[in-house]
Design a protein around this ligand. Structure first.
Ligand code: SAM
Length: 285
């Protein structure tokens, strides 16, 4: 196939260009061709993208676009596109828009009829899912779990009975806390795969029931360092989840006891935090 013939860059197009999530060998030939030819490259961190471009001998005019300034910068980018200047949107790593800036820009371009050309490429969520051994038929990508424990547990509670495979991005300093919350909310037996440092030298993909995985992670510092993705097996009615068991007990107790008392006792019996079971009971009864 002749790539060059396919890469006729015409005016006023926005190209969505994935970059590697670690291994520079994962950039595509098509991405390199586009990045060399566009008028502008909209990037999150121009210094970081600059290192990648230097490696591949790409000279580009950069335009900085962050999550926090995307709305304000859109007008300037749209003006460039209207003047016939092509733009490639890249992020620090992987596919733009996937937990990275770009959604508002793409949305505006489509609203006003500017052509958006997406290129396929590296994405940590999909790379991790494919290697996890957990069903990839149906999945939910959930981005990062909330930073605060209460909101994080609330989020996990809302996904407790989600039958599809769950995908989360995770940061080094929150991985252990998140695993602890998964044990607490989804039960110690939920199967989870931790995919770390994908495509890099220390790539590691390890799966176990979440309590065992947490213990394994805590054994060595290196196991919670670096970039990671968590893949959680979807809920199955046969799963023994402490909350589901807690709810069963609660429903029985509620017949004889006031709501609060029933929650307190059921939570105690199954070693679940009272407030988690309380919230779940309120939402599901
Ligand atoms: N746009 C990116 C993509 O397509 O995957 C995601 C950007 S998001 C800001 C960064 C998060 O992606 C990291 O905190 C980590 O959870 C995940 N990630 C990125 N690179 C990774 C890698 N090489 N291995 C594992 N996870 C990675």
């Amino acid at each position: 196939m002749n790539y060059e013939n396919q890469q006729v860059i015409s005016i006023a197009k926005l190209y969505i260009v994935p970059t590697p999530i670690g291994n520079y060998g994962d950039i595509t030939q098509r991405a390199l061709n586009i990045l060399k030819k566009v008028h502008w490259v909209a990037a999150e961190d121009t210094r970081r993208t600059g290192v990648l471009f230097k490696y591949f001998g790409i000279k580009a005019r950069f335009f900085s676009l962050h999550n926090y300034n995307e709305q304000q910068k859109i007008d300037q980018l749209i003006t460039k596109l209207k003047y016939g200047q092509s733009i490639a949107l890249v992020s620090n790593a992987g596919t733009p828009l996937i937990n990275d800036p770009g959604y508002h820009l793409v949305n505006r371009c489509r609203e006003i009829g500017i052509q958006v050309i997406p290129l396929p490429g590296a994405c940590a969520a999909i790379t991790a899912l494919c290697a996890s051994g957990i069903s990839s038929d149906r999945f939910c990508y959930e981005g990062f779990l909330p930073v605060k424990k209460k909101s994080r547990q609330s989020k996990l509670t809302s996904l407790l009975e989600e039958p599809r495979t769950l995908i989360f991005y995770e940061s080094t300093h929150r991985l252990v806390d998140s695993l602890r919350d998964i044990v607490e909310v989804m039960g110690k037996d939920r199967y989870v795969v931790l995919a770390r440092e994908l495509t890099k030298t220390w790539e590691n993909i390890h799966g176990a029931s979440v309590k065992t995985l947490l213990e394994w992670v805590l054994e060595k510092d290196i196991r919670h360092r670096g970039e990671s993705v968590l893949i959680i097996k979807g809920y199955k009615a046969t799963n023994t989840s402490s909350i589901v068991e807690g709810m069963r007990t609660f429903i029985l107790l509620k017949k004889e006891l006031p709501f609060k008392k029933a929650v307190t006792l059921a939570a105690k019996i199954h070693s679940i935090k009272k407030n988690i079971l309380y919230k779940y009971a309120l939402e599901h009864i």
